[in-house]
Design a binder for this molecule. Sequence first.
Ligand code: A2P
Length: 397
Amino acid sequence: MNAIVKQHLIDPEICIRCGTCEETCPIDAVTHNDDNYVVDAEKCNYCMDCIAPCPTGSIDNWRVVNTPYSLDEQFSWEELPEQEDIATDEGAAATMEALEDEISALLAEAHKGTGGKPVAPASAAKPSVNLYSRSKPAIATVQGNLRLTEEGTGNDVRHIVLDLGDTVFPVLEGQSIGIIPPGEDAGGKPQGVRLYSVASARDGERPNTNNLSLTVKREEVGVCSNYLCDLKRGDKVQVTGPFGATFLIPEDPAVKLVMICTGTGSAPFRAFTERRRRTMPSVKGGLTLFFGARRPEELPYFGPLKKVPPQLMTQHLCYSRVPDAPKEYVQDRMLTCADELSALLKDDGTHVFICGLKGMETGVDESFASICRQSDLDWSAVKTAMRESGRYHVETY
Ligand code: A2P
């Protein structure tokens, strides 16, 4: 019998295949195939560097085993295996207990400052995940490709509608899908899957349509973004997913949502807003949006946002590049709304969602900390409690 080990595993049902773990691992213990990201038990040294950066918490899974699961076994999984009952004698039980303690201590250290493993909102619906993979993608047809930013602004952001036809592809607001761009990378390998947040509500762009939309910004050297932004009506697209099991809209109408985003980070909040508008039109004052863009002409969905009734959503649109106006980021506007935000933070029904540029994360965090200091709240404690109860969610890139 092999020595008992506590094996580090990635939950394929929760993983969104963003590749952060593989990028973070300093010893290349994380690898992937077309279907799953996995940890090589022979290489993993429990440094825990991958734990905090994982946006979903799928990285934080462990099984005590006699024989570690091989890479091939892990590649084939659609869900994690149950913990096997392997403690057959007192010695083995003591070894397991010691391993549990050791890993728990390392994990506690890794989670410091992150507030712990992401948790879905208590009232969120149960998402379907990983129904389609690179080896078995869904095929969608482009229904529309509309430029959202004004021509000539140099910032080409598109609203792309994908029709799933007869394919069953259930998504919840907040989930992402993968797009497989055609062709090969510089190394001759098939292009990697790129993730995009769904911008439409679960029942489609219009209620009861089997389609979904994405918000895509053309990046100068972006393989997938250029592929998507150039799509024409009728083109076929290979889609994987859906992904994501924690950044999900709460279903409880009493919940208050604070949504903070920049640029294309607005996609999930368009979905959230549509869901609330369709299912809870009479709920007043439940949504607060902080949205940062360069100028109104470059703010995705500027027109439709203007039509959202103020009783449904309070909007704070912040601009960084309006000529002759001071630069304002979302975190700056938050400080001017300190009373409103501290009241929301004191309310156990408030959920905070942040989506967009990575750089905004620190700024938003500092603004929350400053707002809390002014109102005798301990931001670190508030944030940890919110995360643990599925009320604080960050998706940045
Ligand atoms: P900036 O003018 O400094 O680039 P877009 O995706 O269209 O560029 O929009 C992103 C918006 O987010 C811009 O207004 C951009 O401002 C702003 N931004 C850039 N860095 C940060 C940051 N660290 N915190 C908050 N907002 C940011």
